[in-house]
Design a protein around this ligand. Structure first.
Ligand SMILES: *Cc1c(COP(=O)(O)O)cnc(C)c1O
Length: 390
């Protein structure tokens, strides 16, 4: 049996996959079992931001794999210490909790916000407001937080204490605020929901509201963070900071790792024993992520992402002028969406045949989240292919 038959027979059928097994990757390129080459405009869903098998990450993983892989969080290790201090140095945060995935980082953020108030005796302050169309993960708490019905289908009853409001609507948010709210949680640029950036005025007003009402502000930067939007973290584009931030996807360039970052004040919600995980922040995972941070956090790297993102967006906007099927071009940096008045699945399939990997979200949106090292020449090839398909 080949890999497709084996997968279809033995793996839970929870994913619809493209009909070819991928066998190798290098930089922005992938190869399938027939030796056909693809340009990757998805990067494993905004994960492989430095490109496939980046030599420095491969080197960091192999070096650490032959030195020390895992000892548990009952002991100090250098890679974890280095990564935590680097993350704090490069962000608003004072403390980091390490997890293995995005959903787990968000679980930690949800637990921290509740405990922050319960520790102070405010037991009724447990409600978390999130946005419609948001995506925060697939665990019970994070799917409850997610503002999309299809993610919740079949999993009722959900957790208590969550509500959703329309994104970019400050009045709707203000109407939901009362003394039971402990946190507001949002993605500065919504990913799965359709590549929808927050309006600058809105995000500023949300920060103001949280200050006034002493509510914690959580930014889920799992998809839009780590250089994806042309700044190390997406909220830097808006000139405001959260109290808590979660990151994951690109943090390990494919090695699984997530993290929850918090200010000194918000971090007081956790004490010894409040939260834990066996695998979070192993020497192996943090050695990989430290190398990723060393590269992505450089201004020269981020400036390039910004420039190439502007170029890409400009080319997509030209397609919009030319083709009536294109409804809108959205996004920041190299997290871009092209909304069309047709089934996105058709385009995804056709582009795959032509050697381009992208994906479709919310039925009618093509998502582009290529490795951040993508160059103009590869973008030009995709634009040409899109142009002829449209
Ligand atoms: C992918 C994603 C998550 C969930 O991350 P997992 O690693 O799949 O658990 C949460 N929030 C956002 C914004 C994401 O894009």
């Amino acid at each position: 049996m080949d890999s497709i038959n084996k997968t279809d027979n033995f793996v839970f059928q929870t994913y619809q996959r493209q009909g070819k097994a991928l066998v190798r990757g290098e930089g922005v390129y992938l190869w399938d079992e027939d030796g056909k080459k693809y340009i990757d405009f998805l990067a494993g869903i905004a994960v492989v931001s430095l490109g496939h098998c980046h030599p420095k990450i491969t080197e960091a993983i192999s070096r650490q794999a032959s030195t020390l892989v895992h000892v548990s969080n009952l002991f100090y290790t250098m890679p974890q210490a280095d990564l935590a201090s680097k993350l704090c140095e490069k962000s608003f945060a004072d403390r980091v909790f390490f997890a293995n995935s995005g959903a787990e980082a968000n679980e930690a953020a949800i637990k921290l916000s509740r405990r922050y108030f319960q520790k102070k005796g405010e037991k009724d302050r447990f409600k978390i407001i999130t946005m419609e169309q948001s995506f925060h993960g697939r665990t019970m708490a994070t799917l409850t937080a997610t503002g999309q019905d299809k993610i919740k289908d079949g999993f009722y009853p959900l957790l208590k204490g969550f509500s959703h409001v329309p994104f970019n609507d400050i009045d709707a948010l203000k109407n939901q605020i009362d003394e039971t709210v402990c946190a507001i949680m949002l993605e500065p640029v919504q990913g799965e929901g359709g590549i929808i950036p927050a309006d600058p005025d809105y995000l500023f007003a949300v920060r103001q509201l949280c200050n006034d009402k002493k509510i914690l502000l959580i930014f889920d930067e799992i998809q839009c963070g780590m250089g994806r939007c042309g700044t190390l973290f997406a909220h830097e584009l808006y000139g405001i900071t959260p109290d808590i931030m979660t990151i994951a996807k690109a943090l390990g360039n494919g090695f699984p790792i997530g993290a929850m970052l918090a200010t000194q004040n918000a971090a007081t919600g956790f004490d010894y024993g409040s939260h834990a995980t066996t695998f979070g922040g192993t020497p192996l995972a943090t050695a990989a992520a430290l190398e990723v941070m060393n590269i992505i956090s450089q201004n020269i790297f981020l400036d390039k992402v910004h420039q190439i993102g502007e170029y890409f967006k400009g080319e997509l906007l030209k397609l919009k002028e030319k083709h009536t099927k294109v409804v809108e071009v959205r996004g920041k940096g190299l997290l871009l969406g092209l909304e069309i008045d047709k089934d996105a699945g058709f385009f995804v399939g056709k582009l795959f045949e032509k050697g381009f990997i992208i994906n479709g979200i919310q039925d009618k949106i093509l998502r582009f989240a290529p490795p951040l090292i993508i160059e103009k020449q590869e973008i030009d090839k995709l634009i040409l292919a899109l142009d002829s398909l449209l």
